[in-house]
Design a protein around this ligand. Structure first.
Ligand SMILES: [Zn+2]
Length: 226
């Protein structure tokens, strides 16, 4: 079963689903610190069955470390444009930027940062991000050929161009992420950067073979490794 849903504080505790039973349950967070995730009692009650945590960025290291230490799950993350503090205080976990990582029967690939809109260190031009996608290509082709596996989770901070992005300069998405999805057909693209306080805002879109989800502020995703 593949399911994606927006988690709420009043979710009923789900039956525990272990990696060996097939379903991988992932707590995805980004951009906004949520009081219910800074609450140890609530975390233990609602999220003790989480297999791992993904951060799509713009979150303090202490918030991520609190969540992962309380529920006892590993962290995989990309940096957002506001995460310059990670240079000196990285959260405990695996930085997915420019990496291909296999975990729990799933293959994860990450690209950090946002579009360049000022002199921030974790911002990229469209051309630079295109270069980052191209530099990943040999590894992804090898993985597809040698391991006979595709990409399950494409983890980014920024949205792709014209999918959940904004019309202002700071929130424009990367066009190269569209190429990534056309070429490598990830099952999911998970991103943040764009706020979703307006509940009418679209947060899930199918693009080619990929289910694109704005996971801000947090989303529980259940993925069946195939
Ligand atoms: Zn951001």
């Amino acid at each position: 079963m593949i399911g994606a849903g927006r988690a709420r504080a009043d979710d009923k505790p789900a039956a525990r689903q272990l990696l060996c039973e097939g379903i991988v349950k992932i707590l995805c967070v980004s951009d906004t610190e949520m009081p219910q995730l800074y609450n140890a009692v609530n975390l233990r009650r609602q999220y003790s069955d989480i297999d791992f945590v993904i951060s799509c960025g713009d979150l303090p290291p202490g918030y991520l470390e609190f969540i992962t230490s309380i529920i006892g799950a590993p962290l995989f993350y990309v940096r957002g444009n506001h995460d310059e503090i990670y240079k000196n205080e990285p959260p405990g976990g695996i930085d997915l930027h420019g990496q291909l990582v296999e975990y729990g029967g799933l293959t994860l690939v990450g690209l950090e940062g946002s579009i360049r809109y000022n002199r921030g260190a974790i911002q990229y031009t469209q051309r630079q991000m295109h270069g980052s996608v191209l530099s990943l290509t040999p590894r992804l082709l090898w993985h597809r050929t040698a391991r006979r596996r595709g990409i399950d989770l494409f983890v980014t901070h920024s949205p792709a161009r014209d999918i959940h992005d904004g019309s202002d300069v700071a929130h424009r998405g990367f066009a190269s992420f569209l190429n990534f999805m056309k070429w490598f057909k990830p099952r999911y693209m998970l991103h943040g950067h764009v706020h979703t306080w307006d509940r009418r805002k679209q947060v899930q879109t199918q693009f080619a073979s990929t289910c694109v989800i704005n996971i801000n502020p947090f989303t529980v995703l259940e993925v069946d490794p195939i």
